[in-house]
Design a protein around this ligand. Structure first.
Ligand code: CA
Length: 311
């Protein structure tokens, strides 16, 4: 049975990365809860998807003068105490319109931001209450950029995980990153005791200096298996549309990944944003579970994936 990784929590229903979205994902039957990790000015690890705050909060209203030259409001320019005063909102586009119009109402709700430590405390208390073990799946966001800003996230992350005794139960943690140099460093220099997931995007995303064209090739995948335990590719890396009827067919590289011994945890399964070639969420999940044979999947809708897996 593939692992259900709640992508930013049950983010199809509640604003991403709020503790409420994580609690809901737990209740919906997720196996792992995802945390994106960004640092505040006072070097606190926040659970936040972007290095910016402006697409998911009221920061521009509350602190109108605190943007940088590009007009963006960076979490790194605010202390945790200031970030705690913000409202966490459903994700917006640059013009303030909702990214997903059918999700939680825009610019509303009584939600805030939290630290990684606060989320880990929540997960462990839910595990104890419910007698279930749901794991955690932190992503180090833009490690090279953070170092330029004077903070090194990876060692801080490993310290917080150790504070919560995860080193004693390393199977409850996957650590993920888009930056291949950081994944190698985690394994070889920082002796990360957890399973490592190399995320695979596209070079056009500018997430890292990693060359994803090289990485997502037979040679790249085989080399990756020396440091990583799993790959986290975008769903579109795993299939092609055939020329005749545009039906999805499994990419040849899936076999290379399997032969290299890597787990496959693709992102992101969204009922309200299907990739090309798929006409329903059910078809999408069925193809990836039954035909591709993924080991886990990142989804904004953990309840719907759980229901499909139980069928
Ligand atoms: Ca992520």
């Amino acid at each position: 049975m593939p692992l259900i990784i709640a992508h930013r929590g049950a983010s199809g229903y509640l604003p991403e990365h709020t503790l409420a979205a994580k609690k809901l994902a737990f209740e919906m039957g997720a196996d792992f809860l995802e945390q994106d990790i960004v640092a505040s000015r006072d070097d606190e690890l926040l659970v936040l998807h972007d290095v910016h705050l402006d697409r998911v909060s009221d920061v521009a209203l509350r602190f109108p003068d605190r943007h940088r030259g590009d007009g963006r409001f960076y979490a790194r320019d605010f202390d945790l105490d200031e970030i705690r005063t913000l409202s966490a909102w459903e994700r917006m586009n640059a013009d303030g319109s909702p990214v997903y119009p059918d999700r939680y109402p825009a610019k509303s709700g009584d939600f805030g931001f939290n630290t990684l430590a606060e989320e880990l405390a929540l997960v462990q208390s839910l595990n104890a209450e419910h007698g279930r073990t749901v794991g955690v799946y932190p992503e180090i966001k833009r490690p090279a950029w953070h170092r330029e800003q004077g903070v090194d996230i990876a060692p801080l992350l490993l310290n917080v995980l150790a504070d919560f005794d995860y080193a004693a139960t390393p199977d409850q943690v996957f650590v993920q990153c888009f930056d291949a140099a950081e994944v190698t460093r985690l394994r070889k220099e920082l002796n990360c005791p957890y399973r490592l997931v190399q995320l695979v995007g596209y070079n056009s995303w500018s997430e890292a200096t990693t060359d994803y064209d090289q990485l997502w090739s037979p040679e790249g995948i085989r080399a990756l298996a020396e440091t990583a335990d799993a790959v986290g590719p975008h769903v579109t890396h795993l299939f092609e549309l055939n020329n005749v009827d545009s039906m999805p067919v499994v990419s040849d590289l899936v076999g290379v990944v399997r032969d290299a011994g890597l787990l496959i945890h693709p992102f992101t399964f969204r009922a309200d944003d299907l990739p090309p070639g798929f006409h329903s969420f059910e078809d999408l999940v069925e193809f990836f579970v039954d035909v591709v044979g993924v080991d886990g999947l990142f989804t904004d809708f953990p309840d719907r994936v759980r229901a499909l897996l139980q069928e």
